[in-house]
Each structure stands twice: as structure tokens, then as C-alpha cells.
Design a protein around this ligand. Structure first.
Ligand code: TRP
Length: 334
């Protein structure tokens, strides 16, 4: 069986953008692959080093969101990055194989640095060694477990490319040792916000979280952008430029054809269409929220899942590091 490695930074709760962007895909794939899902707390610290409390709390939230979304501990290992010291070790060895200029060219890190002026200064002049280098530690995450496939969103592609470069360089210098992983894009690589923004994201305030109440969902949906040419309730409209329709499609509303027909014919007011969508989203999330509730009430089960997942990941990393140390002639007393 091939191995999947993927994960998220524990910096907040997961929303529909995460779900349709990657989680849904992971849930599907977990039955056909040996799946490892990491809670990237070390990576989260690269831009939250001054707020360990936040990272700590979100490790738990993220684990709950994973389980709620349908990551099945019988089929996937959920593990905590900082508890795999082999990854930190491998990061150090990799750091010799990447130039600083190459790291500066990574478009995702570049974009993030531009957004984090409070930490890294207006033109990124105070960027830290840790943040600039997090793609190197991500390469270690993936390769320390012999990952074959990395299912991620579009923004992660530069990191996977960088991982592949490191692997090729390593194998070239030290001999064939590491697996070169492949990125797999989920079917909806980027989910637009209901406000029409390119992306659902916490900083844009346009998120519907997997754990949101019906009330909160309705509030967000009511602010959704619809066809601007539709003024009156019975004006015909173009669903293809309406975010409400986009979300009806996304959650696969079984009523979708009627929605489309009525909208085009001017037989569907936007307010009632939004009400229908809010309800449908809530219904869609309900099984997840029920699972979340179960695990919230059974914290000892969650802890065991994380412990077991971490142990499985660590065992793999130990085996890979044996190979790495041998290839690098660091196997002194083996
Ligand atoms: N960078 C990823 C994100 O921000 C999280 C991550 C860390 C990851 N290590 C990984 C993803 C390894 C895939 C594989 O979402």
C-alpha cells in the first residue's frame, strides 16, 4: 500500500474551505492508502513562537475537527509533529542541501511573509531562519515517513516541489535512500468565499467553520454575493455568477437543478435561496458535529488516538533515519 502524508498547522478551527479543499479528499483516500495525518505544531510555531498557548489549544481542536470530518482512526494515523524528533534531525541534514536564495524564491512563503508584516517587517527584512526554512522541515515531515503521495491544496505545491528537489539532491550525493513524493491536488483546489473572495480564510472573516451553529451559518450565508443585476425578487438572474449557487453546488444540494431553473426564470428570491442554502449547509455539517460532540465528551479516546498515531509515525521515522544515517556515514555504532 502506498503512503499518504498530509496535515495542517494547528492555528485555528477548520472551515468549509479546508473541508472541500483537502479534508474530503483525505477521508476518501484513507481506505486505499496507508494514511498519516500530522498536526504540524512545530510549523505553527514558526509564526506563533510567541504564543505557544494558542498552538497547544489548537492541537486539540484540530484533532477534533479531523475526527469530526470523518478521518477514521481505524484507517489513518493522526500524529503530533513535535513528538517525532527524527524529523527535526532530518531537517538539519536537509538544511545543507537548500540555498537561502532558493528558499526566498518560494512563492507561498513569500506571500505569507508579505501578510505577516507584524512579525517580519514591511518588506520581510526581519524574517526568521525558522520561518524561511519551514519548507525544509516540511520536506522532512514527508520523507521521514517514506511518503508517496501528499494530497494538498494549490498553495502547498511549491513546498512539495522543494521537497522533491531536496530528495533528488540527497540521493545524488549520498546514494539512493529517499522516496520522491508526489503532490495530489484535491478536486476543488481553491474554494471561494461566500463574499466572492478568492479564498475562504480566517483573515478575510468569510469562513463557515465545520463546528458553526445554524445561526452563525445563516448569518454568513445572508451576506453572500449574488448576481448584481438582479434587483427585484422576481428578476431572472445568472446563477453562474452567484456565490449562493456556487455553494449549493459545492455541498451537492440534491435540489440543484430546481435552484438553477428557478433562478434563471426569476422564480426564486435570493433571500429564500439563502435560507435554503443555510439549512442545507447545516444539514451537511450535522453528522460531523455529532461526531465532534462524541469526541469532546470522550477526551481519553482522542488522547489514545493521538498517542497511537504518533507511535506509528515515530516507528516509521526511526526506520527511515537508520537508512539516512547509514547513507550519510553517521552510523557510528550500528
Ligand atoms: N504547510 C501545511 C499547511 O500549512 C502543513 C504541513 C506541514 C504539511 N507539514 C506537512 C502538509 C506535510 C503536507 C505534508 O497546510
Amino acid at each position: 500500500m502506498k503512503t499518504i502524508i498530509t496535515g495542517d498547522r494547528p492555528t485555528g478551527k477548520l472551515h468549509l474551505g479546508h473541508y472541500f479543499g483537502s479534508l474530503q479528499n483525505r477521508v476518501k483516500l484513507q481506505y486505499d492508502y496507508d494514511t498519516f495525518i500530522l498536526i504540524a505544531d512545530v510549523q505553527a510555531l514558526t509564526d506563533n513562537y510567541d504564543n505557544p498557548e494558542k498552538v497547544r489549544n489548537n492541537v486539540k481542536e484540530l484533532a477534533l475537527d479531523y475526527l469530526a470530518a470523518g478521518i477514521d482512526p481505524e484507517h489513518s494515523h493522526i500524529y503530533i509533529q513535535s513528538l517525532i524528533p527524527e524529523v527535526a534531525e532530518l531537517t538539519v541534514y536537509y538544511s545543507n542541501l537548500v540555498s537561502v536564495a532558493r528558499l526566498y524564491r518560494n512563492p507561498t512563503t513569500k506571500h505569507e511573509v508579505g501578510q505577516k508584516t507584524h512579525l517580519f517587517g514591511n518588506d520581510g527584512e526581519s524574517i526568521t531562519y525558522g520561518f524561511l526554512g519551514y519548507p525544509v522541515s516540511q520536506a522532512a515531515d514527508i520523507t521521514a515517513l517514506d511518503g508517496d503521495i501528499v494530497p494538498v491544496g494549490e498553495d502547498q505545491l511549491p513546498h512539495i516541489e522543494q521537497t522533491r528537489e531536496i530528495v533528488r539532491k540527497f540521493n545524488n550525493i549520498y546514494g539512493e535512500t529517499l522516496k520522491e513524493p508526489e503532490a495530489v491536488l484535491s478536486s476543488n483546489p481553491r474554494i471561494k468565499g461566500l463574499d466572492g473572495e478568492d479564498k475562504m480564510s480566517k483573515s478575510l472573516g468569510n469562513c463557515i467553520y465545520l463546528s458553526d451553529s445554524e445561526e452563525t451559518i445563516t448569518k454568513q450565508v445572508m451576506s453572500a454575493v449574488t448576481d448584481p443585476n438582479k434587483i427585484k425578487k422576481d428578476d431572472p438572474a445568472n446563477p453562474d455568477i452567484c456565490m449562493v449557487y456556487y455553494y449549493h453546488k459545492l455541498i451537492e444540494n440534491p435540489n440543484i437543478e430546481t435552484v438553477c431553473k428557478e433562478c434563471k426564470a426569476g422564480k426564486r428570491g435570493c433571500v429564500s435561496c439563502k435560507k435554503e442554502l443555510s439549512k442545507a449547509i447545516y444539514e451537511y455539517l450535522k453528522p460531523m458535529q455529532e461526531r465532534r460532540k462524541y469526541y469532546e465528551q470522550h477526551p481519553e479516546e482522542v488522547e489514545k488516538i493521538l498517542k497511537d498515531g504518533t507511535q506509528a509515525a515515530r516507528q516509521r521515522a526511526k526506520n527511515v533515519m537508520k537508512r539516512v544515517r547509514k547513507s550519510m556515514k553517521l552510523d557510528y555504532f550500528d
